[in-house]
Design a protein around this ligand. Structure first.
Ligand SMILES: Cc1ncc(COP(=O)(O)O)c(C=O)c1O
Length: 495
């Protein structure tokens, strides 16, 4: 069967089952007429049996989850084998905690465009998008040619300043409205150096952050009460429970006037569950930080891709410092901090007493060139707007599917999280709204079954879309979610 007819047959099968939404149908019609698909799609159908309605929701979920996990084990022997090898040299077989999943993680072998393949040969639509860093997909031709030409004509690691780092710095300053910028290797480092700058500039040590905030491996604040054991400079952080509560947050910040170096906040808590802050809240925090004599630092490591000049600019914010990273390395390790010239001057090595900010790979040639190419040639402001509109549409469709169920969807543009809560609460304003009622069993069941359907998604339900993901596949994903909710109606319906 030729590709077009194979796909059409599959779509007709889904339509016959009544699964494809209006968005999906519209997208599919467009794609079939206009765009020949570049791959032989092979999303797998799964075969879970419906839940016995007599069982209560916990027992029913437990039974479905056990069955899904058993199928996962049976379907993925080579991933399991790889995991068994990995535990011999990596603690728990892992070097990136987020990627550990029980009973063992799927081991990916290859990525191409918006797809990944695991060791057992299954193909997935990549909805994880490398936690937002994978914006360009796995093999973008423009990035590819930049990488090859950088390697051939520039070389790796020159151990010196280069014209390219100036070019990329100028582009970042122009695009994200920064006076000055410095590069790092990760978003974590960008935040650590931003905090060091704020401390040096203000002479204070304490920093206000919000519960649910994630600013890096050693800067994670899942809740106010339990600081993580690996939190750096633990006594220096004041963790507030008032994300999205403008009045309370402003009072709590101003109460600390003259004692805090910075308020560090995400415009949308990404790792915390893609929970957007309101414009009102962010302005209240910015103003309160300034009244308290502190710097306002906006962590845009995830959110800079949501609007042409970053989320902060789209909301009219004027942060003293901004931190960034992820996709801005064009697929290579990257981070950056930038902002007001007089604050960034703390890193001016010509000034006596300035701070050192070293890092062997800060200006590595690969990231400087690939990042520059990505931002200047691929992810232009126009593409950014169009791409995020697609994400908005997907979230809208998901929210419609989720009505009356325990599923809810939060996020902005192309970044989103699917939550499963006991009461199906759709008004999620802070991490407490999720944590108090989250159903880990439903979330896990969804994850196992989406894998079976051919969707690579994070277990926590986070999705970061990849540029050029075919609309048809998004329609099929919507269909799979609808199928999941229908298959498990007995436990998914809010009663
Ligand atoms: C908002 C935010 N800040 C900082 C970081 C840390 O970035 P990295 O993983 O590059 O250290 C992340 C990573 O997910 C993030 O989402």
């Amino acid at each position: 069967m030729v590709r077009g007819s194979c796909i059409r047959a599959r779509i007709e099968r889904h339509q016959a089952l009544g699964f494809i939404s209006s968005f999906g149908k519209r997208l599919i019609n467009t794609i079939i007429i206009a765009v020949p698909l570049p791959y032989q799609s092979c999303h797998k159908r799964m075969s879970s049996s419906p839940i016995d309605p007599a069982l209560d929701s916990k027992a029913a979920a437990k039974a479905a989850l056990a069955a899904a996990e058993a199928r996962f084990i049976a379907n993925n022997p080579l991933s399991k084998k790889q995991h068994d090898l990995a535990v011999c040299s990596l603690p728990g077989g892992n070097t990136r905690t987020l990627l550990h999943t029980s009973p063992f993680p799927l081991c990916m072998k290859q990525g191409k465009g918006a797809y990944v393949w695991d060791e057992d040969g299954h193909k997935y639509l990549d909805l994880t998008g490398e936690l937002s860093a994978g914006l360009y997909g796995h093999s973008h031709p423009v990035i590819r040619s930049t990488i090859l030409s950088t390697f051939d004509n520039v070389g790796v690691s020159l151990g010196a300043t280069t014209a390219q780092e100036q070019r990329y710095a100028a582009l970042l300053c122009d695009r994200f409205k920064l006076d000055r910028v410095r590069m790092t290797n990760t978003g974590t480092e960008a935040n650590l150096h931003a905090l060091a700058a704020a401390r040096h500039y203000t002479g204070c040590r304490q920093v206000v952050v919000f519960a649910g905030g994630y600013h890096g491996a050693v800067l994670s604040f899942p809740s106010r009460r339990e600081p993580l054991p690996n939190l750096v400079d633990k006594p220096d952080f004041i963790v507030l429970d008032s994300y999205n509560d403008s009045e309370l947050a402003a009072v709590q910040i101003e109460d600390r006037s003259g004692k805090i170096a910075a308020v560090l906040v995400e415009g949308m808590q990404g790792a915390g569950g893609c929970i957007p802050a309101s414009r009102h809240f962010l302005h209240a925090v910015q103003d309160a930080a300034h009244r308290a004599g502190a710097l306002f630092i906006l962590d845009e490591v995830m959110t800079s891709r949501l609007a042409p000049h970053g989320l902060g600019a789209s909301l009219g914010l004027k942060p003293d410092l901004v931190t960034m990273g992820k996709y801005l390395g064009g697929g290579f390790a990257f981070g950056a901090l930038g902002g007001r010239a007089n604050v960034m001057a703390v890193y001016d090595p010509r000034v006596e007493g300035s701070l050192a900010h070293s890092g062997t790979f800060n200006n590595n040639t690969m990231a400087m060139h690939a990042g520059y190419t990505g931002l200047s040639e691929i992810f232009t402001p126009e593409v950014c707007v169009e791409f995020n509109a697609k994400g908005d549409e997907l979230r809208k469709e998901l929210a419609e599917l989720a009505e009356g169920s325990r599923l809810s969807v939060t996020g902005l543009g192309t970044l989103m999280t699917l939550h499963f809560t006991e009461d199906g609460n759709k008004e999620i304003l802070d991490v407490g709204d999720v944590k108090r009622k989250e159903r880990g069993d439903f979330r896990d069941l969804f994850w196992f079954e989406m894998l079976e359907e051919g969707f690579w998604i994070t277990r926590r339900g986070y999705i970061a879309m990849i540029l050029d993901t075919p609309d048809e596949d998004i329609g099929i994903f919507l269909n799979a979610v609808k199928g999941f909710l229908k298959r498990h109606e007995g436990i998914m319906r809010v009663v």
